[in-house]
Design a protein around this ligand. Sequence first.
Ligand SMILES: Cc1cc2nc3c(=O)[nH]c(=O)nc-3n(C[C@H](O)[C@H](O)[C@H](O)COP(=O)(O)OP(=O)(O)OC[C@H]3O[C@@H](n4cnc5c(N)ncnc54)[C@H](O)[C@@H]3O)c2cc1C
Length: 354
Amino acid sequence: MKVIVAGAGLGGLALANGLRGAGIDVAVHERDRSPLVRRQGYRLHLSDVGIDALTSVMAPERRAALLATAHTPAPRFVRFDPTLKELDVLEHDGLHLSVDRQTLRDALLAGVAETIVYGTRLAGFQAAVGHVTARFDDGTTVTGDVLVGADGINSAVRRQYLPHARVVSTGLVQLYGKIPAEPAASMDNVFTAITGPGHRTVGVAYTRDYATCSFGARAEDLPSGLHAMTQDQLRSLVLDMTDGWHPLIRRMIAQWHDVFPLELRTSVPIPPWPTTRVTLLGDAVHAMSPAAGAGANLALRDAAALSAALAHGGPLIPALRSYEQEMIDSGFAAVRVSAANGARFLGQDPLPSG
Ligand SMILES: Cc1cc2nc3c(=O)[nH]c(=O)nc-3n(C[C@H](O)[C@H](O)[C@H](O)COP(=O)(O)OP(=O)(O)OC[C@H]3O[C@@H](n4cnc5c(N)ncnc54)[C@H](O)[C@@H]3O)c2cc1C
């Protein structure tokens, strides 16, 4: 069997690890020219879901080396008001780790580097009886038994395959960056949110040697042209928007660096579709706002489940169908939880119906 994967993000790389481990031929086509051309984010929260998936797809010694770099935050979500008065504490069950996203990517890449073809952006595909052909924007094609769209929130595979599936704005914009660990040391939780008037939110996630710091607000509350602003301008903007907040929060923002703006979007759940030899995983199908901290964990779980289904060796379409049933149910359930959390804590727009 030959599996073509579009996208070498966390889900595509985890899938390639699982398939290679099972001796299945896999080629991952990634639009980026190299793994280094693009900012890939900072700290990532891994729950049991993601950790179990890594256990199932990675070689034990690589997984152990990765987890040795992880930090274990207090297993809870804490919310403060702008004076740092505690509003809510939600205790989490199970294991929760913080890993550096680049470290996780490097660990996943190490097992499958030779399966990745960089600089190949999937443009479309054609499914036929017994095979599927992927077409890339440089005009080349590749034929295999299965095509997996692991190509993220703007998935070209999804756009062609499920043109009725929508990705919509949450109404929120986030400025996302890093701060030194020291000012965030009292917030060593899975996630800490400081929520102020008008859905302005500072989010802090502490790791061993730095913390991430985000500032989120309704899009209409922020000026246009955020992408063109310098780091100084972004810091000043947020210091203005958090005027009067606790001095510790303002000290964090004053030390903010590597900040970039993100429009937060979400998929809109759709009913299951007939299974074919084209399938999807992760953000390509069930992208969600970061309010549940679950997107990467679910992309990893999809990858582990899909490689197990393909490795099982039974007839292809029933194997893909059983993968998709679980992936669609759990993926869209998480999209709904994330939207509900986002509406409650961040001012996210409700999910449109249908
Ligand atoms: C600020 C922020 C913080 C987050 N924190 C967390 C967290 O703590 N925990 C968590 O679980 N989740 C978190 N998430 C969500 C998580 O990052 C995503 O859910 C996860 O990266 C999805 O993985 P993926 O492999 O499906 O897609 P991606 O990681 O987006 O990978 C898609 C890949 O496909 C490639 N690609 C795109 N189009 C094409 C094409 N046409 N052809 C070929 N290649 C293509 C892209 O270049 C990319 O490499 C966070 C998200 C954000 C924005």
